[in-house]
Design a protein around this ligand. Structure first.
Ligand code: A3P
Length: 337
C-alpha cells in the first residue's frame, strides 16, 4: 500500500533517482520538447530536466552511469502502484542528438537492452528549414554576445551534441547570414548532403544503427506533424507503447491561436479516470479549466521564406531517402514528394 506502519511509525515510500526506462532520442526539431512535456502530464511520467547528453558526449559518458543517474529526477517505485495498478513511475530523458550520433545505440543497449525508445520525426525538408532557423537565431545571439563564450540560447537544452555549430557568414561578417538556399544547394546545383540541416534529415542513415542494436518493437516512431496538429491521439499511442494506463485526454490540450500550436493543461489526477477527464460540472466550460502553459517562443519559430523551386528540388531529393526510411521502419509517413 501507500503507507506502511510499523509500530507507531509511519513510513513514507522513498523516491529514488533511477536510470531512464524510456528515451526520446530525437530527431532535433521534430517536436521533442512538445512530446516530452505532453507525456509528462501523465501522472506516472517523470522527466529529466534539460538534456543530459550522456550517451553522445564522450566526456559525459566517461563519468559513468552514477553520474547519469544523478541527472534523473527522483521517482517512486511501487508507491503510486497502489493507485495505478502497480506500475512504477517511468523516468524519461530526451537528448535529440542521440539519434544522429553513431556510438549511441550500442551504449544505450549496454545500459539497458529492454529500454523503450521514442523517435519523433517530421517532414524532412520542413525539419531542415526549422533547423536552419534555429542555427540562425543561435548564431545571431552569439554575434550579439560576441564577448562572452558562445552560450547558445537554450543552453544545454538544444544544441547538436558535440560542438556548437555557428553558421558560416558570407564574406563580410557584418553582412547578412547565408541563405538557406545557398547552404542547401551547392554551386553545381547538387544538394549539399554534408550540411547538417540536410544530413540530419536523412533519417534512414541514422535509424540503421538503432535497428541493429534494438528490435523494431522497442522503438516507437512518432509523427511530429501529427503531434503538432492533434496531440491527444498521438499521446494515446505513446501511452500504449509505454504500457501506461490511458490518462491523457483532449482536455489536456487546447489550441492557442496566437501561438499557432496546442498548449498544455495539467489536470489534478483525481479528475482523470480511465482515459476520461472527469471534471466537476462547474469545470465543463473551458474558461473554468486550470490555466494552461504553452511551450516557449523558440518552439514554433517563424521560418524564413525559402524559394519554392528549392523546396521542390529538396522534396524530390528526399523522396528516395524517405522511401528507404519507410521501408526500414515498416511505416509510410506520406511526406510530399
Ligand atoms: P518550429 O519551431 O520549426 O515550428 P524540438 O523541440 O525538437 O526542437 O522541436 C521544435 C518543434 O516542435 C517546433 O518547430 C514545432 O513545430 C514543434 N511543435 C510540435 N508541437 C508543438 C507545440 N505544441 N508547441 C510548440 N511547438 C510544437
Amino acid at each position: 500500500g501507500v503507507l506502511a506502519t510499523s509500530g507507531n511509525r509511519v513510513k513514507f515510500p522513498k523516491a529514488t533517482r533511477r536510470l531512464p526506462q524510456a528515451l526520446i532520442i530525437g530527431v532535433r526539431k521534430g517536436g521533442t520538447r512538445a512530446l516530452l512535456e505532453m507525456l509528462h502530464l501523465h501522472p506516472l511520467i517523470q522527466k529529466a530536466a534539460g538534456e543530459a547528453h550522456f550517451f553522445d558526449r564522450d566526456e559525459n559518458y566517461a563519468k559513468g552511469l552514477q553520474w547519469y543517474r544523478r541527472r534523473m529526477p527522483p521517482s517512486l517505485k511501487g508507491q503510486k502502484a497502489h493507485l495505478e495498478n502497480r506500475v512504477d513511475e517511468i523516468t524519461v530523458e530526451k537528448s535529440p542528438s542521440y539519434f544522429v550520433t553513431p556510438e549511441v545505440p550500442e551504449r544505450v543497449r549496454a545500459m539497458n537492452a529492454s529500454i523503450r525508445l521514442l523517435l519523433i520525426v517530421r517532414e524532412p525538408v520542413t525539419r531542415a528549414i526549422s533547423d536552419f532557423a534555429q542555427l540562425r537565431s543561435h548564431s545571431l545571439a552569439a554575434k550579439a554576445n560576441a564577448t562572452s563564450r558562445t552560450k547558445l540560447d537554450g543552453g544545454a537544452e538544444e544544441d547538436y551534441g558535440k560542438k556548437p555549430i555557428i553558421l558560416p557568414m558570407c564574406g563580410n561578417p557584418t553582412r547578412s547570414l547565408s541563405s538557406f538556399e545557398s547552404l542547401a544547394i551547392l554551386p553545381d546545383g547538387r544538394v549539399d548532403m554534408s550540411w547538417r540541416p540536410i544530413s540530419v534529415s536523412l533519417y534512414h542513415r541514422h535509424i540503421a544503427a538503432w535497428l541493429e542494436a534494438f528490435p523494431r518493437d522497442q522503438i516507437l516512431i512518432v509523427d511530429g506533424d501529427q503531434l503538432a496538429s492533434n496531440p491527444a491521439p498521438v499521446l494515446a499511442s505513446v501511452e500504449k507503447f509505454l504500457k501506461l494506463r490511458p490518462a491523457l485526454t483532449p482536455t489536456h490540450f487546447y489550441f492557442n491561436a496566437t501561438k499557432g500550436f496546442y498548449c498544455l493543461r495539467s489536470l489534478p489526477p483525481g479528475q482523470q479516470v480511465d482515459g476520461m477527464a472527469m471534471l466537476p460540472s462547474s469545470m465543463n466550460h473551458p474558461s473554468s479549466l486550470p490555466e494552461g502553459k504553452c511551450l516557449r517562443e523558440s518552439k514554433g519559430r517563424r521560418h524564413p521564406r525559402v524559394d519554392p523551386s528549392v523546396v521542390h528540388k529538396l522534396r524530390r531529393f528526399f523522396a528516395e531517402h524517405n522511401r528507404r526510411f519507410y521501408e526500414m521502419v515498416g511505416e509510410d509517413f506520406g511526406w510530399p514528394e
